[in-house]
Design a protein around this ligand. Structure first.
Ligand SMILES: Cc1cc2nc3c(=O)[nH]c(=O)nc-3n(C[C@H](O)[C@H](O)[C@H](O)COP(=O)(O)OP(=O)(O)OC[C@H]3O[C@@H](n4cnc5c(N)ncnc54)[C@H](O)[C@@H]3O)c2cc1C
Length: 405
């Protein structure tokens, strides 16, 4: 099996690189390089640049804006964006609800929503998890009672990422109590401006507002906003979660961070020498690079397999393996960055501080900008082991893939 890109794929990679170089707004790539949070406007702006180029939704059918790229080309495109770095597409929109509507939506839903998703005119959030229904999602209790030509929604969602930006939520709600808890769930599109919706922030340990609680109090949802059949929403949820997993390992993100660590380690001094000269630090960096290379090869091996036997989408076990390892490596890069920042990562960011240990004779210091972001970034990316199915759940899937059952 050939794990090298073909000459055609290398040309395509150059084309993507040239485009990124000329098109990613400088202020946005600077924020990403320094691990600052992107605003809603940053993400929308970039998506609209991609849409103008015709590259907003490469994995969709051509009639809805897709590109006919192979899975390797789609992989190259996403990895190059991560490595540049450019903002990631809003996965709730282009990777989740878009493909679901293409596969299961009514013609009216497709016409109404798909062009607006590609251009990010509407911001989407995912209303699946509830208190008591995360890993065991089918235990959800939010109810949708049919009343004429509408549903009446009551209940609560939790951990809803960027619900405070959202115009729409795709939501799972119970419409019946079947024998199996997976039956009797329906998939609804909920306008977030509807009366009866309250969005309450959850502030995470790094001090950021990204996730929310969302409460529904007699919220009216037009019946035309049901996707697929009533009580069969579980099928939609499974379809949606299995989509576009070619870049689940986020190799490009880790590559970009390792590149940044090397640059910083060459200029940051500790005990009178650049950190890159510190043997222990170098060994850890090298070990991480080897792991990342192995992950990249594993990802490419799966992609090459897809190209050969025409499968689309990684199997559940493959996706789980890539997600677990990708998260571990990405988290390890944030740990290394934190170590590199050392005392500069303390919360007195920007203040003058007195060095207490051997500081190479600098005495008072002001934390450089990148170092003030090292601790929040470290804490922020712990989430990768939880969202989209926790590591333990992924290991269960992996075990079933290996041993059956
Ligand atoms: C930052 C962040 C963003 C999120 N964004 C969204 C979002 O936008 N929309 C949304 O719907 N949800 C979102 N989630 C929710 C996420 O999907 C759930 O947190 C996740 O599925 C875990 O569910 P839980 O929190 O209820 O934990 P639980 O399911 O209660 O799990 C608690 C612990 O028990 C372990 N565990 C549970 N069951 C098993 C088992 N069978 N075998 C072994 N171990 C098990 C878990 O791994 C975990 O360590 C987000 C979560 C986070 C942290």
């Amino acid at each position: 099996m050939n794990l090298q890109f073909t000459s055609r794929e290398l040309l395509f990679r150059d084309e993507v690189r040239d485009f990124l170089l000329s098109s990613v707004p400088r202020d946005i790539s600077r924020k990403l390089r320094n691990d600052h949070r992107l605003s809603k406007d940053d993400i929308v702006r970039w998506q609209q640049i991609l849409n103008a180029k015709g590259w907003a939704v490469p994995h969709w059918p051509v009639e809805w804006g897709g590109t006919r790229w192979t899975s390797v080309e789609r992989y190259i495109f996403r990895e190059e964006m991560q490595a540049f770095p450019a903002p990631p597409p809003l996965d709730f929109a282009v990777d989740m609800i878009g493909p679901l509507l293409i596969a299961r939506g009514s013609d009216e839903q497709k016409r109404r929503f798909l062009p607006r998703i590609a251009n990010l005119d509407d911001w989407w959030c995912q209303g699946f998890s509830e208190p008591g229904a995360g890993s065991d999602l089918a235990a959800l209790k939010t109810s949708a009672r049919r009343d004429g030509n509408k549903y009446v929604l009551n209940g609560q969602k939790i951990w809803t990422t960027m619900a405070h930006y959202a115009d729409w939520m795709f939501c799972l709600a119970r419409t019946a109590h079947g024998e199996k808890k997976q039956s009797g769930i329906s998939f609804l599109l909920v306008n977030m401006k509807s009366a009866g919706i309250t969005v309450r922030p959850i502030i995470t340990m790094e001090g950021d507002h990204e996730v929310n609680e969302v409460f529904f109090d007699d919220v009216q949802v037009p019946a035309e906003n049901l996707v697929g059949e009533q009580d069969r929403g579980w099928d939609c949820a499974k379809f949606l979660l299995s989509n576009e997993r070619t870049t689940i390992a986020r190799v490009g993100v880790s590559k970009a961070r390792i590149r940044r660590i090397k640059e910083l380690a060459a200029s940051e001094h500790r005990r009178g020498q650049p950190m890159i000269e510190d043997r222990r630090f170098r060994e850890r960096l090298a070990a991480l690079e080897v792991e990342l290379k192995a992950l990249e090869m594993t990802q490419l091996r799966f992609l090459a397999g897809e190209e050969i036997d025409g499968r689309t989408g990684a199997s559940d076990a493959t996706a789980s393996l890539l997600k677990i390892k990708g998260a571990e490596i990405q988290q390890a890069t944030t740990e290394l960055l934190l170590e590199l920042a050392g005392p500069f990562a303390t919360p007195f960011a920007g203040d003058e501080q007195q060095m207490t240990d051997d500081d190479g004779g600098r005495g008072l210091f002001v934390s450089p900008e990148w170092a003030t972001r090292a601790a929040p970034t470290y804490f922020h990316w712990r989430k990768m082991s939880i969202y989209g199915g926790s590591d333990e759940i992924q290991r269960n899937i992996l075990a079933r893939g290996i041993f059956g059952g």
